[in-house]
Design a protein around this ligand. Structure first.
Ligand code: HEM
Ligand SMILES: *[C@@H]1O[C@H](CO)[C@@H](O)[C@H](O)[C@H]1NC(C)=O
Ligand SMILES: *[C@@H]1O[C@H](CO)[C@@H](O)[C@H](O)[C@H]1NC(C)=O
Ligand SMILES: *[C@@H]1O[C@H](CO)[C@@H](O)[C@H](O)[C@H]1NC(C)=O
Ligand SMILES: *[C@@H]1O[C@H](CO)[C@@H](O)[C@H](O)[C@H]1NC(C)=O
Ligand SMILES: *[C@@H]1O[C@H](CO)[C@@H](O)[C@H](O)[C@H]1NC(C)=O
Length: 346
């Protein structure tokens, strides 16, 4: 009797905390709000949730693909959906993109599928950049992570991300903390944002080419030996196409185990492990490893900051009818805005 009462109490508390969304958010950029589509598309969130819940049942890795897609969209010329355009470097059509830029084709398909469902229900009112932000949020939550609110009202950009844009904006897996702080600092993201957002690596996979700098020509001294032995089984020689999980403890669950990995010298990339090696970020790694609720709280704050980077709002940009292409009426405009038209010659 007492046990079942306790169980009831525990599940009530679990219910309350999962539905309360009691997180701190940074100030919202002008033009974004939590209820932007309240009247124009009241079913938006339930459409995204329902579709992704089913899609993740068939392909658990899709959640990681969608989270990473939103990160790349925001870091490369702002969260404006430019990464979604066919022909955009870093997109699925860029055949010779380096492996560190590979985004899953299934993630792009999921955004287009979501857009079709949303347009059917509400008309052409929701931007692709917002769909990407919402998809990332449901990826986090449906994988076990925090349930947070996403400010919406972003508009879609009119220009492609070039290969140079992508290479210059995205931090690489061989970056140390100094390099990472530089890359994040350029976007007004600080050391806490760096550590909490790197926690995105609690789900998903990486290719050998993204971490073989730690195996060849010689083993990185910060690698745990058993972990290193396993990596050599996955990547026996340099330049293979094999992959492994980013979070060895719970590869498909959004939790704080990524930080526990770092404490055990089992981070996959230099950019992961150095967060623990470097004294500037080590204390935060330790705090997140010890307390998942603190990680969730900081992650929500930082991803909301990231999700507002250089957004287009109001009359800027457009609402795309196809997330993979600029609306035809705006194509001329965008090639004129690009001047000679040479920079986007794909
Ligand atoms: C701190 C700088 C970061 C670096 C250097 C970095 C680098 C990388 C690399 C190299 C991969 C693997 C690519 C491959 O080999 O296939 C990857 C995967 C991933 N990244 Fe990051 N990343 C960073 C930050 C982030 C952030 C901020 C997020 C989201 C909040 C994120 C989410 C992911 C996810 C979910 C995957 C797995 C993707 C999949 O399984 O398809 N990363 N990252
Ligand atoms: C991605 O990897 C390629 C080589 O595979 C490298 O030239 C490039 O600098 C890397 N990009 C970043 C952002 O580290
Ligand atoms: C970080 O890497 C850069 C090269 O990209 C190097 O010059 C610098 O010394 C490294 N910093 C630390 C603290 O290791
Ligand atoms: C890929 O990695 C797995 C272990 O993760 C290993 O068993 C397999 O042999 C590797 N494949 C190749 C081609 O190296
Ligand atoms: C890695 O392999 C690809 C093709 O599989 C090849 O184009 C590239 O030159 C190789 N890079 C190195 C450093 O061996
Ligand atoms: C969306 O645009 C892409 C790129 O132009 C095109 O390949 C695709 O067929 C379009 N999708 C639809 C449903 O029109």
């Amino acid at each position: 009797m007492a046990a079942s009462l306790l169980l009831l109490l525990v599940s009530c508390i679990a219910f309350l905390s999962s539905s309360s969304e009691a997180y701190d958010y940074p100030p919202l950029v002008n033009g974004l709000s939590f209820d932007f589509y309240k009247s124009s598309c009241p079913s938006l969130k339930s459409i995204v949730r329902k579709h992704l819940k089913q899609a993740f049942k068939n392909d658990v890795g899709l959640a990681a693909g969608l989270l990473r897609l939103h990160f790349h969209d925001c870091f490369v010329q702002g969260c404006d959906g430019s990464i979604l355009l066919d022909g955009s470097a870093g997109g699925p059509s860029e055949k010779d993109a380096p492996p560190n830029l590979t985004l899953r084709p299934a993630a792009f398909e999921a955004i287009n599928d979501l857009q079709a469902l949303i347009t059917k229900a509400c008309g052409q009112v929701v931007s692709c950049a917002d769909i990407a932000a919402l998809a990332a949020r449901y990826s986090v939550h449906l994988s076990g992570g925090p349930k947070y609110k996403v400010p919406v009202g972003r508009r879609d950009g009119l220009s492609f991300a070039t290969r140079d844009d992508v290479l210059s904006s995205l931090p690489g897996p061989t970056f140390n903390v100094t390099n990472l702080l530089d890359a994040f600092g350029k976007l007004d993201l600080d050391a806490d944002d760096l550590v909490s957002l790197s926690g995105g690596h609690t789900i998903g996979i990486g290719h050998c080419t993204s971490f073989e700098n730690r195996l060849f020509p010689s083993q990185d001294s910060t690698l745990d030996q058993t972990f290193a032995d396993n990596l050599y089984l996955t990547c026996p020689v340099a330049n293979t196409t094999n992959t492994t999980v980013l979070d060895v403890r719970s590869p498909d669950t959004f939790d704080n185990k990524y930080y526990v990995d770092l404490l055990n010298r089992q981070g996959l990339f230099t950019s992961d492990q150095d967060l623990y090696t470097d004294s500037r970020t080590q204390p935060t790694v330790e705090r997140f490893a010890a307390k998942q609720s603190l990680f969730f709280k900081k992650f929500v704050f930082s991803i909301t900051k990231m999700g507002q980077l250089s957004v287009l709002t109001g009359n800027q940009g457009e609402i795309r009818s196809n997330c993979s292409a600029i609306n035809s009426g705006n194509k001329l405009l965008s090639s004129m805005a690009d001047g000679e038209g040479g920079s986007n010659a794909f």
